[in-house]
Write a protein that binds this ligand. Structure first.
Ligand code: C5P
Ligand code: MG
Length: 170
């Protein structure tokens, strides 16, 4: 069976406002401000979901979950990720997540103590070990104090479920 390697990349940003939860990779972080978003505003899971869709040119989560749809208000981003995984497997067959490399940019609060929890949460959502999920935290050095953003790169290996390799003779 032929295996395909695919790179994915996604990113997301939200404005920070008072009175909203701050959810990063499925982990709720104690914070006075959170993402101003239609869903739970989890920038890391949104960037991850877009990165996964990008591996097979499946569009983006804004297309799958239009913010204009009231049914998506307050949506748990793990549901977005689950739908993305379903679609990916439908297209790509058996998928192995080799590694996920995520960068979260946020000036405050500090997230360093949460690194293991965030990596474990993302790993669980993908069904892989936490050693495959690298989480980098950065400040914006004060350039974007009202924003939280995330960028995710990843590598997947896929094995088409039904594809018998076709050999062309010339
Ligand atoms: O952005 P900068 O390079 O100044 O980040 C310095 C350190 O602060 C890094 O080790 C990073 O892990 C940590 N950090 C953090 N929480 C944030 C932003 C950065 O723990 N919200
Ligand atoms: Mg620095």
């Amino acid at each position: 069976m032929l295996a395909n390697f695919r790179v994915g990349h996604g990113q997301d940003a939200h404005r920070l406002v008072a009175g909203r939860p701050l959810v990063i990779g499925g982990v709720t972080i104690p914070s006075e401000r959170g993402a101003d978003a239609h869903s739970d505003g989890d920038v890391l899971l949104h960037a991850l979901s877009d990165a996964l869709l990008s591996t097979y040119a499946l569009g983006d989560i804004g297309k799958l979950f239009p913010p204009s749809d009231p049914a998506h208000a307050g949506l748990d981003s793990r549901r977005i990720l689950a739908e993305v995984l379903t679609r990916l497997v439908r297209t790509a067959g058996r998928v192995e997540f080799l590694n996920v490399a995520a960068v979260v940019t946020l000036d405050s609060p500090k997230l360093g103590e949460r690194r293991e929890a965030v990596a474990a949460s993302v790993a669980q959502a993908l069904g892989v070990g936490a050693e495959r999920v690298g989480i980098t935290f950065k400040t914006s050095e004060g350039l974007a104090p009202d924003h939280v953003q995330a960028s995710v790169s990843l590598l997947v290996r896929c094995e088409p479920l039904h594809a018998d390799p076709v050999t062309y003779k010339v």
